[in-house]
Design a protein around this ligand. Sequence first.
Ligand code: ZN
Length: 246
Amino acid sequence: MPEGHLLHRHAREQHAALAGRTVRVASPQGRFDAGPFDGHRLDAVTAVGKNLLYAVDGAPAVHVHLGMRGLFLGCGAWPPAPPRGTRFLIGTDAAAFALIAPSTCEALDEAGVAALLTSLGPDPLDPAASREEAVRRVEGARGPVGAALLEQSVWAGIGNAWRAELLFLAGVDPARRVDGAEAGRLWDLAVHHLELGAAAGQVVSDPAAPDERWVYERDTCRRCGAAVRVSSVGGRTAYTCPVEQT
Ligand SMILES: [Zn+2]
């Protein structure tokens, strides 16, 4: 499932290619009404957690959530030959991007955007995010830290892979609660590693081995070799080193 680092990567790429320009917008699949957006200037593409927002001059915003299977494909200049099933197509005569199989692709007015932003917690990839608020939300969350980190109203952008790797790096068992100092340490790890992930386009929990994970979807811990414990925390599969995560 796409997590926050990938959405930020998409936002950076599309903002650099399209922002400040008059864009063409279409829905080859027909399930999005592109009319209000086609031929308008795109002001900005931003990511908030796992959400992408296109701010369009004189029109509502476009809100995209990739869900489990959604993806973007670059597809050359306009008019492109979009892949089959393209829900949302946006581009200029220099670059175009096709969105396939999102869970959400909708127009949002100002109140809708405000409601979305209000529903989300601090995003580790937002330079303006408050560390204090991030800590407060983890401390105030119900249930174990492993459940809290998946709640987008606690922190925006963390999914199952980041949860597993960040909790490993912090040495914290997902099934327990954490204090403020531990929550702050987790936040600092998230800020550092999600940025590495956004730059690389994948989860990076060990910069020396960016293609490897410590425990996520592994049979044994990559550091100590212990059998990884697989359990359910917050409704998703948690991967834990029983030796190093206490
Ligand atoms: Zn271990």
